[in-house]
Design a binder for this molecule. Structure first.
Ligand SMILES: NC(=O)c1ccc[n+]([C@@H]2O[C@H](COP(=O)([O-])OP(=O)(O)OC[C@H]3O[C@@H](n4cnc5c(N)ncnc54)[C@H](O)[C@@H]3O)[C@@H](O)[C@H]2O)c1
Ligand SMILES: [Zn+2]
Ligand SMILES: [Zn+2]
Length: 361
């Protein structure tokens, strides 16, 4: 058993705590990872607010990279010392989706079998089966994805969740193609990654929509060709005006809100694709005329983790970044210590940062 300093959420809405936890030695198919850095994602805050489930206490953090410290029996994909990004999807290979050849939808994704716990033995629920605001974490070997170790680990960490979700929403779910027009609603970490993904796929016009001018400035730096502040302008009219009156081929909702979903629905060209990557609150509803859903054709899709296959996608995007084809460094706004996670939540809520990244020495 190892001891590790970690950030936990003990109760709904309560300030997070830095405490010492117990992490077991890896068993069969498990690996122990020394965390190098871990991004602060909106989903950690959702856990803390009790918006995901009630399985408190949570071991927070799930956007991480680090080095393999120990491997359990039967682990073949990584060895001690490898630099890895931790994924929250480790396809089982056996469920009905894996068997159909679509492991990116895996319905029985693997996590570590053993539990991490508080000093008194209380079992912790690791956020998204990871729990990486911790010096050490225990995951399924399939969650540890080896990538080129020359990448900045702070940048690499972000590919573990938000950046992958955005890139994949555009490339895997939206199938953005050469010359397409794309509109992205919400330009946080996920939305800006969708902008980067759209450009990489060859999109011609990329329209960024947000209610915060600073976010729109950042969106331009990530490659948006047009921006619109939807507090002052109707984004649907604006998107039509820059797409010959037609609407965008692909619209991507990266907020998780019925209003922006509706805007993304109407800002889409006939037979276009709408991708929902923002996570709505369970109480939210949407009301759309069925005739509009029929008459506009195309598809309305949801994107879980950018429909990514981590073992295929993480090494690829890190290599594209190292080759200078995309720039993922700009997603890191600041680096912080483990004790600053609570204040990073506030900065995220007030829109001061794209990503704060906890760095372990
Ligand atoms: N589907 C997935 O697998 C997946 C993975 C990671 C994150 N997410 C979700 O994606 C969403 C975005 O995550 P993030 O980390 O980028 O969050 P974020 O808070 O950094 O960004 C949200 C952005 O939306 C903007 N916004 C808020 N209300 C708006 C409105 N009415 N119109 C336009 N813009 C508005 C904000 O100004 C901000 O720039 C969250 O819901 C998150 O939970 C989904
Ligand atoms: Zn996340
Ligand atoms: Zn499966």
């Amino acid at each position: 058993m190892h001891k590790s300093k970690a950030v936990i959420a003990r109760d709904k809405g309560k300030t997070v705590e830095v405490i010492e936890i117990a992490v077991p030695e890896p068993g069969p198919n498990e690996v122990l990872v020394t965390i190098k850095s871990c991004g602060v994602c909106h989903t950690d805050l959702h856990y803390r607010e009790g918006a995901i489930n009630d399985d408190f206490p949570f071991l927070l953090g799930h956007e991480a990279s680090g080095y393999i410290k120990e491997v359990g029996e039967a682990v073949t994909n990584v060895s001690v010392g490898d630099f890895v990004i931790i994924a929250w999807r480790s396809p089982c290979g056996l469920c009905r989706s894996c068997v159909k050849g679509k492991p990116w939808y895996c319905f029985d994704s693997r996590n570590a079998v053993q539990d991490m716990s508080l000093a008194d033995g209380t079992i912790l629920s690791p956020a998204l089966g990871i729990g990486a605001f911790s010096e050490l974490t225990l995951v399924d070997a399939g969650q540890a994805i080896k990538v080129n170790p020359s990448v900045n680990p702070n940048t690499a960490s972000l590919l573990g969740c938000g950046v992958m979700a955005g890139l994949g929403a555009a490339i895997n779910t939206g199938s953005v193609a050469m010359g397409d027009s794309v509109a992205v609603f919400g330009c946080g970490g996920v939305g800006n990654a969708a902008i980067v993904g759209s450009k990489l796929a060859g999109a011609q016009d990329v329209i960024a929509v947000d209610i915060d001018d600073k976010k729109l400035e950042w969106a331009k730096e990530f490659g948006a060709t047009h921006t619109v502040n939807s507090l002052n302008n109707d984004p649907v009219d604006f998107i039509r005006s820059v797409t010959d009156g037609n609407g965008a081929d692909v619209t991507i909702e990266a907020v998780g809100n019925p209003k922006t979903y509706e805007q993304a629905f109407y800002a889409r060209d006939h037979a276009g694709v709408l991708v929902l990557v923002g996570v709505p609150d369970p109480a939210m509803n949407i009301n759309l005329p069925l005739i509009e859903i029929f008459g506009r054709g195309g598809s309305l899709k949801s994107s879980w983790y950018g429909d990514c296959l981590p073992s295929r996608d993480f090494p690829k995007y890190i290599d594209l970044h190292l080759d200078g084809r995309i720039n993922l460094d700009k997603f890191v706004t600041e680096t912080i210590s483990l004790s600053e996670v609570e204040s990073a939540f506030h900065k995220m809520e007030t829109g001061e940062v794209l990503r704060s990244v906890v760095v372990f020495e």
